[in-house]
Design a protein around this ligand. Structure first.
Ligand SMILES: *Cc1c(COP(=O)(O)O)cnc(C)c1O
Length: 426
């Protein structure tokens, strides 16, 4: 790369682009011109270890040649076809292969474009399910500190805060409860019992609440809540957009819980992080409530790029890699290394808590003024790690590692060493 082009891209970017979740006045986006495995490279040739999997999407590393070859092949075979009135092999094969990996009660796949749309589809399925079966249920149960996306429906069911404040009058009615734990489960059940007639569904991030601060809850209390809802006709939407495809150490969070949802949402790792694609799966009994001679009972939802053949090809290629013994071995290696490091730093005087779920490792710094997105600790940690060639994106005082599964033991140890230095210096 030509020296000096880094500044050129920065200037041109600033002139025309508006970045997500970014106060542009203080922003300094880094131009990245190439990716290879665990690394991203800037225009000056500096490399960054991608410890956030580029916003939790990358599974097998950047610019993976196998996925690239499969997508290239698809590009010159069939790049796009309308998915209403038509279908294509990639959409069929991906649905077949994904359903075979999910809990047995998941029978149908509905394609969309991203995590937020996968959630919108799930919510609409539940509300129209009630409508189609002659009931009126429009209230939704969700968890405090949850995150399900940035479109209006997804925002409505996400925890309310600074992000949603400008829109709060426009978000629909949601009943929020704390993430399930021994001390609140009975109170939550009482609330559900009281509202069961109007509750269309319960939507939740299983085991790990990602954007809300990488908060974790125990599978056994979630299971209890799921079963309680099921017994009262409240449908269950399990949002595996973040945790799906190996992040928890198993393929899906569902594999840890021992209770099955009615609807599941996927995106992020679905294509190995190469292309946007969303999937909402559901049980037959939901699908059957729309399956009718009456055209009015159809699910009226779709996007221009529904079931993009390119994204399906990427997802199929990613599944090949994910299910390979070497990737499964790498995942276990990450889980074990995280576990050992978590035990090593647990109890450090600067840390409030250390927690882990599979390949997700979380270190929560102690702060004087509580957890906040704008807290100073993140403003210290972000540049500290960047200077050491590591990309992290702390949520307030919460530093988390969500590495692509191709990371080596050595690379992970390098990151741990820098964390120990950050603890010494913070
Ligand atoms: C990121 C995320 C979403 C939204 O996905 P987008 O593709 O960013 O719209 C939904 N649910 C969860 C749990 C997420 O982490």
């Amino acid at each position: 790369m030509m020296k000096g082009s880094q500044q050129n891209w920065i200037t041109r970017d600033k002139a025309v682009n508006w970045h997500p979740y970014t106060q542009m006045k203080t922003a300094h986006p880094i131009p990245i011109v190439r990716g290879d495995g665990i690394y991203l490279f800037d225009a000056d040739g500096r490399r960054y270890l991608d410890m956030v999997s580029s916003w939790w999407v990358t599974l097998h590393g950047h610019a993976h040649p196998y996925i690239a070859a499969k997508v290239a092949e698809q590009l010159t075979t069939l790049e796009q076809v309308i998915f209403a009135g038509f279908t294509h092999p990639g959409a069929v094969e991906l649905a077949e292969r994904l359903l075979a990996l999910l809990p047995e009660n998941q029978h149908k796949v509905f394609y969309s474009d991203n995590g937020s749309t996968a959630v919108e589809v799930g919510l609409k399925m539940c509300v129209q399910y009630a409508h189609n079966t002659g009931k009126r249920k429009t209230k939704i149960l969700a968890l405090e500190n949850g995150y399900h996306g940035d479109t209006f429906g997804a925002m409505s069911v996400s925890g309310r805060g600074k992000w949603t404040a400008p829109f709060c009058d426009m978000l629909f009615d949601v009943l929020f409860v704390d993430a399930p734990a021994s001390e609140n489960i009975e109170a939550t059940k009482l609330l559900i019992e009281r509202h069961k007639e109007e509750l269309a569904c319960f939507i939740y991030e299983p085991l790990v609440q990602g954007a809300g601060g990488m908060l974790m809850h125990e599978a056994k209390y979630l299971k209890e809540l799921m079963e309680y809802c099921r017994d009262r006709g409240v449908l269950l939407i399990q949002d595996e957009v973040f945790v799906g495809f190996g992040r928890t150490g198993r393929l899906f969070a569902a594999d840890h819980i021992g209770a099955t949802p009615d609807i599941m949402c996927f995106s992020k790792g679905l294509t190995g992080g190469t292309m946007p694609l969303g999937i909402t799966t559901c049980s037959d009994f939901i699908y059957n409530a729309f399956y009718n001679d009456d055209k009015q009972k159809a699910l009226f939802h779709g996007h221009s790029f529904t079931a993009s053949p390119l994204a399906c090809a990427a997802a199929l290629a990613s599944l090949d890699l994910l299910l390979s013994p070497s990737t499964q071995q790498n995942i276990q290696q990450i889980v074990n290394q995280h576990h050992a490091f978590a035990r090593y730093v647990d109890g450090h005087p600067k840390l409030q808590q250390v927690r882990q779920c599979g390949t997700i490792l979380v270190l929560e710094w102690k702060t004087g003024h509580g957890s906040s997105y704008f807290s100073e600790i993140s403003e210290f940690l972000y540049p500290f790690f960047l200077d050491r060639g590591i990309l992290v994106r702390p949520l307030g005082n919460v530093l988390y590692l969500v590495p692509p599964f191709c990371i080596s033991g050595e690379q992970l140890n390098y990151v741990y060493d820098q964390i120990l230095e950050a603890l010494d210096n913070s």
